[in-house]
Design a protein around this ligand. Structure first.
Ligand SMILES: [Zn+2]
Ligand SMILES: [Zn+2]
Length: 476
């Protein structure tokens, strides 16, 4: 697609228009930066650097990250990587394999897969019209995409239960608040192709292992069964009848949901509504025989695996395709408990996406932002093992060779330049465990001064002794 032809700058000429690529409209102030970027190369070629071109204006406002998004910076990114590495290791151990679906999907997928009436779909999606008129959406979650891919690529024909995991960004236009972002990250997994309660228990066990390996302690596992198309509709009717008498004294959301989606009344967090909700009938007491047996089997399997859980009858999901097992992990030392992850069985999802073949599955998604926040304080950043201080230009060549040798051993090594006093200060600020001094005398003698920054101890060692000393220290 050709870039729009730029006639002039918006700020310099109010009558300027942007034309080309199917567009013909007046230039707006915001176009300036875009135009500058698109034209920078051409401008430089024609007129030299932009600063020397009289009519080239740079944007005057400082550009910042989009509201509700954030930059992940070091050393925090180390924790993100460690959490993700722990997750991948656990997924590997349970024979899960990674799936990467596009961030862009047809809007229809989420309207049908997440539910047209949900807050996510009605209020929070980033939806836009593509140039060909089709409606696209930045994925607000990933289960619908995974099931779409499962159906599209006929993964049901592969052997065994399909066990897929994903790690990546999702997008929802929520009201920005602490710990909630419009671009947020999820670690999730789906086990597709089985209705067995043993699969449910294994998925839950994997979640518990994963959170522990990632460094989260003191979390609680909550489980429930939300029944199926057989026993849930009569329960919802019962709930609707019960609510008729009490909804009038509940919050506005509850009054509305009592009509539209009574199950979601059970979700309400309003303090004054809690005593009323406590007295409502529980779905877990109205399961049909099959759902009851399935739920009992899941609990027994968790018991035999030694996994602690609590049954929470109010743990429900408002969408029709959710069935039977549903679970949540909450965490929070003091006061409010935060949900770290939610999961459940969605045996009817494939059909609601228009698939003729069934794809019963169970999965979960972890809010990675919150998980990282919970474990971040407990884990110090990975240390810099060594700072090499070469004294002068000839020493730099030897120092570079030594740096590469130690880096190949997997050590984290910084090769710095400057006066020795400054380099020692830098080593302190970077938290380096050792400093290696490489000067011309050391090179001639083949022995180098290695300083342990925590003890202050300094030794004169040959190259191979240094490597052994560093790798031994890195293991501790
Ligand atoms: Zn309420
Ligand atoms: Zn049932």
């Amino acid at each position: 697609m050709p870039a729009p032809t730029i006639r002039t700058q918006a700020s310099a000429n109010p009558a300027a228009r942007i034309v080309g690529a199917g567009q013909d409209r007046p230039l707006r102030e915001q176009d300036d930066y875009l135009l500058y970027r698109r034209n920078a190369a051409a401008t430089l070629a024609e007129w030299g650097p932009p600063a020397r071109h009289a009519s080239m204006e740079f944007p005057t406002t400082l550009i910042k990250a989009v509201k509700g998004t954030r930059d992940l910076l070091p050393p925090s990114t180390e924790v993100w990587n460690r959490v993700e590495a722990a997750a991948r290791a656990v997924f590997h151990a349970y024979n899960y394999h990674e799936i990467r679906t596009p961030i862009l999907e047809e809007t229809q997928l989420f309207a049908r897969g997440v539910g047209a009436e949900t807050d996510i779909v009605t209020k929070e999606m980033y939806t836009f019209e593509d140039r060909d008129g089709s409606s696209l959406t930045l994925r607000p979650e990933n289960t619908a995409s995974v099931i779409r891919a499962y159906i599209e690529h006929r993964l049901d024909q592969r052997p065994g239960v399909q066990k897929l995991y994903y790690i990546g960004p999702m997008f929802r236009r929520e009201r920005p608040q602490k710990g909630r972002y419009r671009q947020f990250y999820q670690i999730g997994a789906e086990a597709i192709g089985s209705v067995s309660p043993v699969v449910d228990a294994e998925v839950i066990e994997m979640v518990v292992e994963l959170l522990g390996r990632a460094g989260l302690a003191g979390f609680e596992l909550l489980i429930n069964s939300v029944g199926d198309h057989n026993c849930r509709p009569p329960y919802v009717e019962l709930l609707r009848r019960e609510l008729k008498g009490v909804a009038g004294s509940m919050c506005g959301d509850c009054q509305r949901r009592a009509e539209t989606n009574p199950l979601r009344v059970l979700d309400c967090k309003v303090e004054a509504d809690q005593p009323i909700i406590e007295k409502l009938p529980a779905l877990v007491d109205h399961l049909c025989a099959e759902c009851r047996a399935h739920f009992d089997a899941v609990k027994q399997s968790l018991d035999s695996r030694g996994i602690a859980y609590q049954v929470r009858p109010r743990l429900v999901r408002g969408l029709d395709y959710y069935m039977r097992t549903t679970f949540e992990v909450v965490h929070g030392g003091l006061g409010a408990q935060n949900s770290v992850l939610g999961g459940g069985r969605y045996d009817g999802l494939a059909e609601s996406l228009g698939s003729k073949m069934a794809a019963p599955g169970i999965g979960f998604s972890i809010g990675e932002d919150r998980l990282v926040m919970s474990v971040e304080s407990a884990q110090p950043a990975a240390p810099l093992e060594l700072l090499i201080a070469p004294l002068g230009e000839p020493a730099m060549r030897q120092a570079a060779l030594m740096a590469r040798e130690y880096r190949r051993l997997g050590l984290s090594v910084e090769l710095a330049e400057g006066k020795l006093k400054r380099l020692m200060e830098l080593a302190n600020k970077l938290g380096a465990r050792f400093v290696l001094i490489v000067g011309e005398d050391e090179i001639a003698a083949g022995r180098y001064a290695l300083k342990n920054m925590s003890t202050g101890e300094q030794e004169s060692l040959a190259d191979h002794e240094i490597a052994a000393r560093l790798t031994a220290a890195a293991r501790n």
